[in-house]
Design a protein around this ligand. Structure first.
Ligand SMILES: [Zn+2]
Length: 184
């Protein structure tokens, strides 16, 4: 599990999403009659990663967690940027299937998927990018998709913060409050 350093609602949301990823993988293993912790689980994870477009994103994320990168030794796709194998796995994971939940705006699940990926491999992104995505996690998990003007307003506000503030804030309300004191 990834403990999100900023804490608050984003950390709680990430923990909930990660639990759903693990839950989905357990059901996936049952569907394939595979026991956790066996060579067969490893083979299944390999086959998922080989064709991410055929599987739900939670299954793909769980499979990546279970495989080690042969080049850098981290979980596959979670190594430093510049590890070619991780960069590739990181890119392929976004080909996975994203099914919007009932009564949520189209694209909410994609947003949740991307925000989760950023939060789980946050060292691969800059402070401002991970601030925006991580603060968005609780909204997206709650089935809320900020519209373009709203997203742009959040981005503009984040750009007024220092990187240290970006790492500390736990809500868009806090970002708005801090940024409104800035002249820039
Ligand atoms: Zn790697």
């Amino acid at each position: 599990m990834t403990a999100l350093p900023r804490g608050g609602a984003p950390a709680e949301a990430l923990a909930e999403v990660e639990a759903s990823i693990e839950d989905r993988w357990r059901r996936f293993l049952e569907e394939y009659g595979v026991t956790a912790g066996t060579e067969a689980e490893n083979d299944l994870a390999e086959s998922v990663v080989a064709d991410t477009s055929a599987f739900e994103w939670r299954v793909v994320d769980a499979a990546l967690d279970r495989l080690a990168c042969a080049d850098c030794g981290n979980a596959l796709g979670a190594g430093p940027t510049g590890c070619g194998r991780c960069d590739q796995a990181n890119g392929f994971q976004f080909a996975a299937i994203e099914t919007d939940r009932p009564a949520t705006p189209p694209g909410t699940e994609h947003g949740l998927r991307v925000a989760t990926a950023v939060a789980r491999t946050r060292h691969r992104y800059g402070a401002r990018a991970r601030c925006g995505f991580e603060l968005g996690l609780p909204l997206l998990l709650g089935g809320e998709l900020p519209g373009t003007p709203q997203a742009q307003a959040y981005r503009a506000a984040i750009n007024k913060l220092t990187e240290e503030e970006c790492e500390r804030v736990t809500s868009f309300e806090e970002v708005t409050r801090l940024s409104s004191r800035r002249v820039r």
